[in-house]
Design a protein around this ligand. Structure first.
Ligand SMILES: [Zn+2]
Length: 226
């Protein structure tokens, strides 16, 4: 068995980090609960030689080398909040390789890192970028996460408008509960973090959920485990 090497430059790298399974419910934007939550800083691996950043740098295609050697990539080291740097590097690689879905996840993780660093304006700015990448999504999970991202960025009017869009789509009971919870938080101008479990009614009031009849998607089944 050969040692893992960086896909961009070929330097030897460690095996990628594996976060522990969360035991506590996730936040409304699906940041996982503890013990996974506090391992955030380890989620992105950085090549010690070329600075390539990814969850698994050995999986990067060699074409990423051009991104890693670009001036924009180098500029990140001095222009962004230090705690967010690995996530911002990974986001730029995703952007340059056309992976908007991973880019959005990387920027949201950067926002979480900025939250943990108690940064003043960076979390809201990063969430604004995530909301733009998820604009108009048809995906139920991303739609609900986008609602939380807009609210926590303090974009209350956009959040309320998006809540109306999601409600008009004919949400099921679980989604309706989450949307109603978000609308109440939006109305009270609350940008705080909330657990998904605090937004859901007790299972006993939703018998079809406890029987698993409509909990068909990965999103809902993850919610119900949390
Ligand atoms: Zn490298």
């Amino acid at each position: 068995m050969s040692e893992a090497v960086c896909g961009a430059c070929g330097a030897a790298v460690r095996a990628p980090f594996r976060a522990p399974q969360p035991e506590i419910a996730p936040d409304l934007d699906m940041r996982p609960g503890e013990p996974a939550r506090s391992t955030l800083r380890d989620w992105i691996q950085v090549c010690p030689k070329c600075g390539a950043a990814a969850p698994d740098v050995s999986a990067l295609p060699s074409t990423v080398r051009a991104v890693v050697e670009s001036e924009e990539y180098h500029m990140l080291s001095t222009s962004v909040l230090e705690e967010t740097l690995p996530f911002r590097r990974w986001a730029l690689i995703c952007e340059r390789t056309g992976d908007r879905a991973q880019q959005a996840e990387a920027l949201l993780q950067a926002a979480w890192a900025a939250d943990d660093a108690a940064a003043m304006t960076e979390p809201a700015r990063l969430r604004g970028e995530v909301a733009a990448l998820w604009d108009g999504t048809d995906d139920v999970e991303l739609g609900l996460r986008r609602l939380d991202v807009l609210r926590r960025a303090g974009h209350f009017e956009a959040a309320e408008a998006w809540a109306a869009v999601l409600a008009e789509r004919g949400a099921d009971d679980l989604a309706r509960s989450l949307i109603a919870f978000q609308r109440a938080r939006i109305a009270s101008r609350d940008i705080g973090r909330h657990l998904i479990s605090s937004a859901l009614p007790p299972p006993s009031s939703m018998p079809h959920v406890s029987h698993g009849k409509r909990a068909t998607t990965g999103f809902w089944s993850r919610l119900l485990r949390g």
